[in-house]
Ligand binder design. Sequence first.
Ligand code: MG
Length: 152
Amino acid sequence: MRIGTGSDIHRLTEGRDLVIGGVTIPYCKGEEAHSDGDVLIHAIVDAILGAAALGDIGSIFPDSEEWTKGMDSSIMLQKAIEMAGSEIVNIDATVHLESPKLRPYILLIRERLSQIVGIPIERISVKAKSAEGLGAIGEGLAIAADAAVLIE
Ligand code: MG
């Protein structure tokens, strides 16, 4: 068994989709990014790559390349699992954002991650936290995520 952690942050901007864990959440802003900007999946990908000591998401999917432009992050997640050559035991993740409230979407996000990763939903935990109005996240300028992953 090996453990890994990952984190990510993106600016929130108008005219972009808010994609979290493979689910597009209705909102007036979304992640500014070269890819689809899925902050939660990016944190999970880094946790998997970290557990396997395979570098980080930026080294595998450079944001300077044309082929990663607008990329669906679920493809990055599947590729990271393939590279790690391991089974994912469980995922525990936290999304940090001020709004919208994620509670109504948590189950949907866990279901989608379960499909992408190919493990039961009971092994995938997603939590959401507000920043209590503090800093860039609290002001609604950014969204961040942390993840811990155990691989076997
Ligand atoms: Mg990212």
